[in-house]
Design a protein around this ligand. Structure first.
Ligand SMILES: Cc1cc2nc3c(=O)[nH]c(=O)nc-3n(C[C@H](O)[C@H](O)[C@H](O)COP(=O)(O)O)c2cc1C
Ligand SMILES: Nc1ncnc2c1ncn2[C@@H]1O[C@H](COP(=O)(O)OP(=O)(O)OP(=O)(O)O)[C@@H](O)[C@H]1O
Length: 142
């Protein structure tokens, strides 16, 4: 059984999130998802929705077997516990694949890092980004 781990903020779900999680699920047999804690989202605006609400929405998706809110300080602690075979990074995630692999090695976790594919983010007329959905809400409703 190949266990895949996906992770992200997942604020205000949209089809790009569903595409990423489907792609990740297709890499193996079981999909676990870590939801980034609000305090750890520092590279962009903080999520609107609370941790548990984002976790519950991800858990409700049919391709997801397990979803949990991430660790407050050590992002590798849930990985040590869940022991996945593959970490699926999103196509645009800022994380350094090689640095993650090096830390997995250091901790003796036998797991590879792979990248998921994008869902046509430029060509589509859909709003496939939480940031763009919020911009549109501000333009049209504020
Ligand atoms: C392998 C991996 C494990 C992560 N584990 C956690 C975690 O345990 N707790 C947490 O708050 N965030 C965790 N994160 C999320 C990051 O801290 C960061 O907030 C994340 O990239 C969310 O941003 P994004 O939705 O723009 O990708 C993890 C990220 C990666 C790549
Ligand atoms: N259009 C998309 N196609 C494929 N994957 C996507 C798409 N949008 C988001 N994802 C993936 O979903 C995961 C969670 O993404 P995140 O919560 O950062 O959403 P986002 O919509 O990109 O947010 P923001 O617009 O605030 O950057 C990431 O791995 C990201 O790569």
């Amino acid at each position: 059984m190949t266990h895949v781990l996906a992770q992200g903020t997942f604020d205000l779900l949209h089809p790009g999130h569903v595409h990423y999680l489907r792609d990740a699920a297709e890499m193996g047999d079981r999909l676990s998802v870590i939801i980034a804690r609000r305090e750890n989202v520092t590279h962009k605006q903080k999520p609107i929705l609370p941790n548990r609400q984002r976790r519950d929405m991800i858990h409700a998706l049919e391709m997801v077997d397990h979803a949990r809110v991430g660790h407050p300080e050590d992002i590798f602690a849930p990985i040590e516990e869940l022991d996945p075979d593959i970490i699926a990074l999103g196509y645009d995630q800022h994380h350094d694949d090689a640095a993650i692999e090096a830390e997995l090695d250091r901790r003796g976790i036998d797991c590879v890092v792979r990248r998921a594919s994008p869902l046509d983010p430029e060509a589509s007329e859909e709003l496939l980004s939480t940031g763009r959905i919020i911009e549109r809400i501000c333009e049209e409703r504020c």
